[in-house]
Design a protein around this ligand. Structure first.
Ligand code: NAD
Length: 482
């Protein structure tokens, strides 16, 4: 019988072999109970070097392979992820805590990157032009950047890996990947599927570790690494950008968010509530695109808070195995940090509007909470909450609204709910964010360029732009005169 990904490896994957890490093992916890669910091999810098050795050795063969052949492997990886959707979803829920519905959604979304880039990778884009003087011709072409280092977070353990792996592989790059130490099992399971799909030895190498800084630093110092693609917090992204400066390393940064969710006075409040529930509570609010602060027009604020509160109170919170709507947070520390933010807001005059119940028997739970009468400059508004808390601020004047919305160094996602589409689009244009959901609470789409403005990042993932991040542009200037 086919081995299922839930029986996934707990070792490092280097040069096509599963091997023990040189630093022992570390624990992976189930956030729904706090129990240890697995022990994972802990890689060190020497393991990291072996991974780069393998990726560098595999590079010429992978780059030379016909794009169609690379594409077929990615397409098979998509099909295998869909085949194993249920077991992958269960694995995501077990190490990340998200509800089984959210985990299934993540598997589909993650698999779609393999399908999208299988298609995009065979569309070779270039240019041929005549110089203004007429005496030369310019041919523009693209080359893979080389061996790439990929670093991913715990909140979407499948999608954040495939959103980097698929375009890197489609472009002809080979990779070393470090998953978040909270959620390495999903990435290792996807790696098994890539092997089953026919990925040659050495093309992808995965090194889980508990000492991220040492491992990633050693990669950044290695002259064979030509690019860093990082998804995680702005704080760590800043450190890695500084570290990348020494080698003028090509970097893509998908960093933190602080998404505003704007509701106008002509909005359909049913649409607003449905979009707010998705934008706020998917993955227990632990999405970089999560609605972080709600700006509701004063004329509809009471009605919206009432209907939103009704929906929030009905959320069932608990372990994914119980089929609940919302799961736990990733760690006990996250629960404490969000508790502090809420306490500070309450001390400054905010009130708990409505709240869901949480299980009382262990696990890292925080109750989905609506906060009303929140000051526009409260810390819970200015900070990326990364949890199921919805602070509501009211607005009256559109100019002042846009000032508040843009008064942040973050610019990843935003949401606008308005009755008149033209008004919604004019508002969206005024918001400094890379992605704006209009009358919906979800912006992620493999065919669209995902990414942020300001300190939310550099570069885009998905769409054609996601492939370009892993390509260098080269041109040939050709003498053409007789
Ligand atoms: P994090 O920055 O703590 O960790 C991200 C990754 O970096 C993990 O693999 C971690 O082990 C590693 N890491 C941590 N410190 C490091 C160091 N000093 N050197 C090298 N690697 C290091 O982020 P997180 O807590 O895992 O994820 C949450 C953050 O990620 C949030 O801010 C969220 O908004 C952001 N995020 C952004 C996107 C996006 O696409 N923009 C997507 C998902 C998450």
């Amino acid at each position: 019988m086919e081995e299922q990904p839930t029986a996934a490896r707990t070792d490092l994957f280097i040069d096509g072999d599963w091997r023990a890490g040189r630093s022992g093992e570390f624990d992976v916890l189930d956030p729904a109970s706090g129990a240890v669910i697995s022990r994972i091999s802990d890689g060190d810098e020497l393991d990291g070097r072996a991974a780069v050795d393998a990726a560098a050795a595999a590079l010429p063969g992978w780059t030379a392979m016909a794009p169609r052949d690379r594409s077929e492997i990615l397409r098979r990886a998509f099909e295998l992820m869909i085949r194993d959707r249920e077991s992958l979803a269960a694995l995501i829920s077990s190490e990340n805590g998200k509800s089984i519905a959210d985990a299934r959604g993540e598997v589909t979304y993650a698999a779609e990157f393999f399908r999208w880039f299988a298609e995009e990778g065979v569309r070779s884009a270039g240019d041929f032009g005549r110089s203004p003087g007429g005496d030369t011709r310019t041919v523009v072409t693209h080359k893979p950047v080389g061996v790439v280092a990929l670093v991913t977070p715990w909140n979407f353990p499948a999608a954040m890996a495939t959103r980097k792996l698929a375009p890197a592989l489609a472009a002809g790059c080979t990779a070393v990947l470090k998953p978040a130490s909270e959620t390495p099992l999903t990435t290792l399971a996807i790696t098994r599927l890539l092997v089953e799909a026919g990925l040659p030895r050495g093309v992808v190498n995965v090194v889980p570790t508990k000492r991220s800084s040492a491992l990633v630093s050693s990669w950044l110092d290695d002259p064979r690494i030509r690019k860093l693609s990082f998804t995680g917090s702005t704080e760590v992204g800043r450190v890695l950008l500084k570290r990348s400066a020494d080698r003028i390393l090509n970097t893509s940064m998908e960093l933190g968010g602080n998404a505003p969710f704007v509701i106008t006075d002509d909005a359909d409040l049913d649409v607003a509530v449905e979009a707010a529930m998705t934008a706020k509570f998917r993955g227990s609010g632990q999405a970089c695109t999560a609605a972080n602060r709600f700006y509701v027009h004063v004329d509809v604020a009471t009605e919206f808070a009432q209907r939103f509160g009704d929906a929030v109170e009905k959320l069932s919170v608990g372990p994914a195995s119980g089929g609940h709507d919302v799961g736990p947070l990733i760690s006990e520390r996250a629960v404490a940090e969000i508790g502090d933010l809420v306490d500070q807001a309450l001390a400054a005059g905010a009130r708990v509007g409505r709240r869901a119940m949480v299980p009382q028997d262990g696990g890292f739970y925080f109750p989905p909470t609506v906060l009303v009468d929140v000051a526009a400059d409260a810390r819970v508004v200015a900070t990326e909450v990364f949890g199921p808390v919805a602070p509501i601020v009211t607005w009256n004047d559109q100019r002042e609204l846009l000032r508040m919305v843009n008064d942040t160094e973050m610019g990843l996602a935003a949401y606008v709910i308005a009755g008149d589409l033209g008004r919604a689009m004019r508002l969206a244009e005024g918001i400094d964010a890379g992605m704006v959901g209009i009358n919906r609470g979800l912006v992620s789409d493999p065919s669209a360029p995902f990414g942020g403005m300001k300190q939310s990042g550099i570069g885009r993932e998905g769409a054609r732009a996601g492939l370009d991040e892993f390509l260098e542009t080269q041109y040939f200037s050709i003498a053409w005169a007789d």
